[in-house]
Design a protein around this ligand. Structure first.
Ligand code: GLY
Length: 258
């Protein structure tokens, strides 16, 4: 797998409770979210990443979910055009934050929309979810940038899968071949080239985990998945992200890793 060296994060703003969510489990506790975020950053550092923190901006309640604002790879860096209008203003700060790492930044433009949470890299292939946030045009634009940089891409329509905001809410690359998948994705022909590891339906949110170099970050609260992954030999770092889950977020959404 590509060695990751950096992460960009943005701690939750005081306005986090006003962000977009489809869940009906009450608002997040911002103090608790800040503590969870700090532990997450420490875990990224333990995995060998240098963490750059952008200042929280209360004008953008969802701005802690930085993964949606860019797609980053060794030969290609793309700033997105998020599907939710209220999130489009998050891009300016991310663009500024990325400039010192990526001299050339491509950008998705209207009518294309794309959230980075809909993009899952497995080896040199990028799987792009067509969702309520990412449209075909956004996927096509990103695919073009990726192809020109020597990567391949495949669109997967996830609009029929109930409860799935982003592709990576239900999929994670465990390495350059294996995908951890929820039931609704496990049978998809577009993913047949990969070895599939399934998550139990009642633990489907565990599919939002993140491989970072030698470790796999896994959300707390999914014991069957944790046991299965340990048996497979993964070095797990289990983290509580309960306050982010209340806002449809998870482990992958709160950092950009490259
Ligand atoms: N709350 C994150 C999002 O809906 O994009």
């Amino acid at each position: 797998m590509v060695r990751l060296r950096n992460a960009i994060v943005c701690a939750p703003a005081s306005s986090m409770t006003l962000g977009i969510t489809t869940r009906d489990v009450g608002p997040p506790d911002v103090e608790r979210a800040l503590a969870q975020h700090a532990r997450y950053c420490k875990a990224l550092e333990r995995c060998g990443l240098q963490v750059t923190s952008l200042p929280p901006d209360p004008s953008f309640p969802d701005s802690t979910f930085v993964e949606d604002t860019a797609v980053l790879a060794e030969r290609c860096a793309v700033v997105t055009h998020p599907g939710a209008e209220s999130r489009r203003g998050e891009i300016a700060a991310i663009r500024d934050g990325l400039r010192r790492f990526f001299p050339t930044l491509e950008a998705i433009s209207a009518p294309g929309t794309l959230d980075g949470g809909d993009v899952c890299r497995v080896g040199d292939r990028f799987i792009i979810g067509i969702s309520a946030r990412t449209n075909e045009e956004g996927a096509r634009q990103l695919g073009g940038f990726l192809e020109r940089a020597g990567y391949s891409w495949t669109p997967v329509d996830i609009r029929g899968i109930e409860g799935l905001l982003h592709l990576k809410s239900g999929m994670a690359a465990l390495d350059d071949d294996r995908l951890l998948l929820i039931d609704g994705l496990a049978e998809r022909s577009e993913l047949a080239a990969h070895r599939v590891v399934g998550v139990e339906p009642r633990e489907w949110r565990a599919a939002n985990c993140v491989r970072v170099n030698q470790h796999l970050l896994l959300p707390r609260g999914y014991p069957a998945t944790e046991r299965a992954l340990r048996r497979m030999g993964f070095s797990l770092v289990v983290l509580n992200v309960s306050e982010f889950e209340k806002m449809d977020g998870g482990l992958s959404c709160i950092s950009l890793r490259f």
